[in-house]
Design a protein around this ligand. Structure first.
Ligand code: BJW
Length: 258
């Protein structure tokens, strides 16, 4: 008979670390939302990048070259994400935060808002929010008179454009080669450096600077624990690896008692 992950010595050790930790950080990636029905990026069969080219769809150059294609791709993902619900993993994190106010910081690479929907407070969204838009360029008026066009004035199109200066709206997400929102990244680095335990859930650990937060946490003395059904780039940084999915592992890991 195979032992369930909950009865493994590693699981018990991580529960003990959780109990002792004054501050916990949880760094999440696309795998966190996989059981809500949102595809990951790099999983070989089902990931978005198995079918789409990231250089085309997740860069500013790609958007400038094919704005309609990229806008429509995001519009489809946005519509799909609006339909889905948080899973048991998101709810387990939010419930822990409610039991222990101020003790756990969520740092997410996800743009789907599911941590927030589950009730997590102050989630640090490193890669933005797919449900918001912003101007692609500094608008013409701002360059000449300091007056910025209101994004709400954009005329419906694919992508919507400003009738005054022709500027295009783009999704308010972080593409490759772009800076992460500085205040959000700073807050995430602070959480990584002050936590006693970092749970790294559902990320391949391939994208920086997000993946670097696990290294920072370890260097600052935290225990690092990966929760992922498959191997990831951050397994080597972790003190323990729990091989399981987010929705299966987190409810028992974060259950009452820690
Ligand atoms: C499950 C599961 C289940 C499945 N339960 N788990 C240092 C070294 C090398 C390169 C760089 C570096 N520093 C910067 C770079 C460049 C670049 C980068 O990292 N490139 C690498 C890919 C090589 N980084 C950047 O460009 C970043 N900006 C930056 O660094 O600015 C400074 C700068 C500017 C100019 C020049 C130089 C520096 C920006 C990165 C932005 C990433 N954007 C995206 C798209 C967001 C918008 C959108 O949604 O479309 O963010 S790309 C995509 O990858 C998305 C994700 O947030 C991100 C991470 O992916 P994630 O979440 O890990 O997903 P997957 O699919 O990779 O993994 C899923 C995992 O889940 C797997 O492990 C599964 O096993 C697991 N899983 N089911 C639990 N049920």
């Amino acid at each position: 008979m195979t032992a369930s992950p909950d009865s493994s010595p590693d699981f018990a050790q991580v529960r003990a670390w959780l109990q002792a930790a004054q501050h916990v950080a949880v760094l999440t990636g696309a795998g966190m939302s996989a059981e809500s029905g949102i595809p990951t990026f790099r999983d070989t069969q089902t990931g978005l990048w198995a079918r789409f080219n990231p250089a085309e769809l997740a860069t500013e150059e790609g958007f400038r070259a094919q704005p309609e294609l990229v806008w429509n791709w995001y519009a489809e993902r946005r519509a799909a994400m609006a339909q889905v619900k948080p899973n048991a993993g998101h709810y387990a994190i939010a419930a822990y935060q409610q039991r222990h106010p101020g003790r756990l910081t969520v740092i997410t690479q996800n743009v789907d808002g599911l941590h927030q929907k589950a009730g997590s407070t102050d989630a640090l969204a490193l890669h933005g929010n797919i449900f918001q838009d912003r101007w692609l360029d500094l608008c013409f008026h701002a360059r000449h008179s300091g007056r910025v066009c209101a994004a709400s004035h954009a005329q419906a199109d694919n992508p919507p454009r400003c009738p005054d200066c022709g500027n295009m709206l783009r999704p308010d997400v972080v593409w490759f080669g772009e800076m992460l929102p500085p205040a959000t990244l700073h807050a995430a680095e602070q959480a990584a450096q002050r936590c006693a335990l970092m749970l790294v859930v559902g990320t391949s650990g391939e994208v920086y600077p997000a993946a670097g937060l696990a290294h920072q946490a370890r260097q600052a003395g935290a225990k690092v624990v990966v929760v992922n059904p498959h191997a990831s780039e951050l397994d080597g940084v972790a003190h323990r690896v729990l091989r399981g999915t987010a929705a299966q592992t987190l409810p028992s890991l974060l259950a009452d008692g820690v």
